[in-house]
Write a protein that binds this ligand. Sequence first.
Ligand SMILES: [Zn+2]
Length: 246
Amino acid sequence: MTASTDDYPRLDVIAVGAHPDDVEIACGGTLARLVHQGYHVGIIDLTDGEPTPKSPGPEVRLAEAQAAAAALGVHQRITLDLPNRRLFDSFEARVALAKEFRKYRPKIVIGFGDKTPLASPDHWQAMLITYAAVFYSRLTKWDEHFDGLPVHAVSAQLYFRLAFEPQTLVGYPSHFTADISETLETKIDSIRCYATQFPPEKEYVFDRIRGAAMLAGAASGFQAGEVFVSARPLGTRDLVKTALPI
Ligand SMILES: [Zn+2]
């Protein structure tokens, strides 16, 4: 029997993080801009990020994540109950994420594209899980694993950069920069919602995030930007608009 997706609004873009705040740091400015442009945008956190050193508990982290989603204006934020700190690419994790793709039917999925040296190894596992879930989402003759949800083919997959990854993600050549000049402050505001993660003594993090966005933007002629990598070479039907976005 096929389950209905009527209860789930269709999303244009879903960004996947391992922990609440990953997506905001990596591409919050772009998501806020997509919302302004009228696209339907969602965030999926694979874990609730708990335990973590300075948080009183999961309810607080969840409230921070919802506040951050509201700051960005995204339409959905889903927190899966996979385990923080011991997140591993597994059949169950792949299926859990693929079910969300089947429900919300995104055209584009954005997620991790590489290891993040000196940061959480959950990020690399999130990359593996996301990569597999995009594929599992479209597989037929496997409905019993997906609560009968209909298959959904994701059209494009992009990788974001959290800041720590190497400049060239797993050898993919199609880097591009999204203009976030008008939404950089919204991005910063959304990250500030994570008060347990960024107390006053970590104020320097915001300078680094702002600096990284301005540097990335400057390279492409924007005031601020976020860098992405396309899993396949990007095409264009309007060479002028692509070459001269401003
Ligand atoms: Zn993280």
